[in-house]
Design a protein around this ligand. Structure first.
Ligand code: PLP
Length: 399
């Protein structure tokens, strides 16, 4: 008897979790590992948000909520989203779900037919490609141009848009490169899909972890609101990854479909976390400002340190908390070098290939770790690359 439905063969995963497991194994064997593979803030959730959750639990928020979220939270999100993106959002256009990921899952399930093409950035968050494959769509990767701050390659995009294109996935600020899509690039993208039956899933989960500019959403451009799904959430901005709370903002008819998917899967996000989220949006914003300021300090430090390593070249990310270093100059492949750094230096990072084939030649270092640990990690990496035996092993991976 076959064990699994055949569609399971098409479902991918996130290698970040595998690297974490390998690092934990080394730790269990007594080796000290510095974790620069992590995709979550190393800060605790701000106290006032935790207190709001505790108080919600004490006052009886123990039950199901409406599937699309508590009306008061949908109102608060609509207001926040309208304000931050200069667009008009109604509460009925907001669907609250457990984390940002379900919005990726549900949007693709709701919109993509078998054989439909979905364009997404490569390197990019691996769940996009995984989900497109899972529903029988055709993943169509588009490259990024490092020399232009990892902007989407517009020439390649123009070639890849076809009558079968159903969805374009954008992510800004971008994981893993830290690239930010500015207004001019978004206008060019919007022009390219104008007049076509193409939806945009705009993953803006890092919208508030941005350093040098204001966040701008493609949904704010003329004609784009009606065909955009904005994904955002509480995981990164408020250091709430373990709480599982995110949301999508989309036209009402799609919101109703996504709500139905929520009814069929999670029923709703946890009630007390939703109460805490209202406090997150309306309460003291100082902890978020402090966290972002600290990320900026670490960004400058790690980028400078990486650029001093022979064979490494790293641009300053404009958003998120990842430094995406070009390591081609080392003569080693990404996966092999990531493994070597874990084994020899006890530094866990991610191979660029964890984000797609076009991540070859890069390593992603998360700076969601203390300055002290980042400094130690840089010293340890230096001792590996300065070793006369380096580079070792196989030539660059071809995958
Ligand atoms: N989108 C991107 C680009 C991410 O990097 C992540 C998390 O790493 C998510 C979505 C998912 O966020 P959440 O933890 O809220 O599901």
């Amino acid at each position: 008897m076959s064990l699994l439905a055949s569609r399971m063969q098409r479902l991918g995963t996130e290698t970040a979790f595998e690297v974490l497991a390998r690092a934990r194994k080394l730790e269990a064997e007594g080796k000290e590992v510095i974790h620069l593979e992590i995709g979550e803030p190393d800060f605790s959730t701000p106290k006032h948000i935790v207190e709001a959750a505790v108080s919600a639990l004490h006052s009886g928020w123990h039950h199901y909520t409406p599937a699309a979220g508590l009306p008061s939270l949908r109102r608060a999100i609509a207001q926040d989203c309208s304000h931050r993106r200069s667009i008009k959002v109604d509460p009925e256009e907001v669907v609250v779900v457990p984390g940002g990921k379900p919005i990726i899952f549900f949007s693709i399930l709701a919109l993509v037919e078998e054989g439909d093409e979905v364009i997404y950035p490569n390197p990019g968050f691996p769940i996009y490609e995984s989900m497109v494959n899972f529903v029988g769509g055709r993943p169509v990767p588009v490259g990024l141009v490092e020399e232009q701050g990892f902007q989407i390659d517009l020439d390649e995009l123009a070639r890849k848009i076809s009558p079968r294109t159903r969805l374009l996935i954008l992510n800004s600020p971008h994981n893993p490169t830290g690239g930010v899509l500015g207004r001019a690039q978004l206008e060019a993208l919007a022009d390219m899909i104008a007049g076509r039956d193409i939806w945009v899933l705009s993953d803006e989960i890092y919208s508030q972890i941005i350093y040098d500019e204001e966040h701008f959403s493609i949904a704010a451009l003329p004609g784009m609101r009606q065909r955009s799904i904005i994904l955002d959430g509480f995981s990164k901005t408020y250091a709430m990854t373990g709480w599982r709370l995110g949301y999508g903002v989309m036209p009402r008819r799609l919101a109703e479909a996504i709500e139905r998917l929520e009814i069929n899967s999670n029923s709703c996000a946890a009630a007390f976390t939703q109460m805490a989220a209202i406090e997150a949006l309306g309460g003291d914003a100082e902890p978020v400002r402090k966290m972002v300021a600290e990320f900026r300090r670490r960004r400058d430090f790690i980028v400078e340190g990486l650029n001093r390593l022979p064979g490494f070249r790293c641009q300053a990310p404009r958003g998120a908390f990842y430094a995406f270093a070009n390591i081609r100059g080392t003569g080693m492949g990404s996966r092999r070098l990531a493994e070597l750094l874990l084994e020899k230096a006890g530094v866990a990072c991610l191979s660029g290939t964890a984000f797609g084939s076009r991540g070859e030649g890069y390593l992603r270092f998360s700076f969601a770790n203390s300055m002290e640990n980042i400094a130690r990690a840089l010293d340890r990496i230096k001792s590996v690359v300065d070793d006369p035996q380096f580079p070792v092993g196989s030539p660059p991976n071809k995958d």
